[in-house]
Write a protein that binds this ligand. Structure first.
Ligand SMILES: [Mn+2]
Length: 306
């Protein structure tokens, strides 16, 4: 068996990083000795916190995989979030919890469930295959689940996600509420980033019907900390709109403590935000009460209204 490169989406979040590590471990336990955990971008602060806590090294950064390389994809099934030459790679497996936006001309193992996190599916895969979950793997898995579900506050969170964390916390021997909040807070520290970096941290390019859009989400423990940069952020957003020919740039500044998002919307279709949420943008911004999930509360609603 040759090498198998395992990775998640571009701009990897904690789920993409941890699920690639957890999947590589599972593959190895099942006999695929050349499974390699990889990433296609920088490790964010939240993931850094987890890796340090667990004493695990970051996955290998890959930039260009040779045509024909065998890969396993976790935490995305969207061509736009994968390497440019994805059509030249051989996808062996996909484990994901998003909508499907990818097409292959060959059969593959495909496991998708509408749960809150890929690592929740990974947890089930370990159980189904009778592979032991050790303390380190448990820590990585529960971190991913807490990250994706914002400590169970996101509407994407299911009973299965919550139960997995409760079980994994026993193995990892940690207080998941305290650990989870510390981890989420570590992820909100943007003090060392440039405006460009903030605008690229967790940016997803997508089409809301015909509306070419970027939706970027920045988590914070205190919205005014981010809003004080509004002028600079808008300048950066305008540049990206021009460069990429976007119709809309949505920046969600999500308060992980109170579960709201302040939105900044620019571009010729900015009124789509007003239409979708019944709000009025003042100075390009509005508060979206109770909105924390891009996947469940933003993309589908804005697509419907586009
Ligand atoms: Mn995920």
């Amino acid at each position: 068996m040759g090498k198998t490169y395992i990775f998640g989406h571009k701009n990897p979040d904690t789920d993409s990083i941890m699920s690639s590590l957890v999947m590589a471990n599972l593959e190895k336990k099942l006999g695929n000795s050349e499974a390699i955990s990889c990433r296609t971008g920088k490790v964010n602060k939240e993931s850094e916190y987890v890796l340090k806590y667990a004493g695990v090294e970051a996955p290998m950064l890959i930039e260009n995989l040779e045509a024909g390389s065998e890969v396993i994809i976790v935490d995305t099934a969207n061509e736009k979030e994968l390497p440019d030459n994805i059509n030249e790679l051989k996808i062996k497996k996909i484990v994901d919890h998003h909508y499907v936006a990818l097409h292959t001309s060959y059969p593959l193992y495909y496991r998708a469930e509408p749960v809150g996190c890929t690592s929740t599916i990974m947890y089930k895969l370990y159980k189904e295959n009778n592979v032991e979950i050790d303390k380190t793997i448990a820590t990585l898995m529960l971190s991913a689940i807490i990250s994706d579900t914002l400590l169970f506050k996101s509407p994407t969170c299911t009973v299965e996600d919550k139960n997995a964390v409760i079980e994994l916390a026993k193995i990892a021997d940690l207080d998941y509420e305290k650990y989870g909040l510390d981890m989420l807070k570590a992820g909100t520290d943007i003090s060392s980033f440039t405006i460009q970096e903030i605008l690229n941290l967790d940016a997803k390019e997508t089409s809301l019907k015909e509306v070419k859009t970027i939706i970027n989400q920045v988590n914070t423990a205190y919205i005014p900390d981010v809003m004080k940069m509004q002028t600079d952020l808008e300048e950066g957003m305008k540049k990206i709109i021009e460069e990429k020919g976007l119709d809309l740039f949505v920046l969600l500044i999500t308060d992980i403590v109170n579960s709201n998002s302040q939105v900044i919307a620019l571009g010729k279709n900015a009124d789509l935000v007003e239409k979708s949420y019944g709000v009025k943008l003042e100075n390009n911004t509005a508060l979206l009460k109770g909105v924390v999930s891009r996947k469940k509360q933003v993309i589908p609603i804005m697509t419907e209204n586009a």
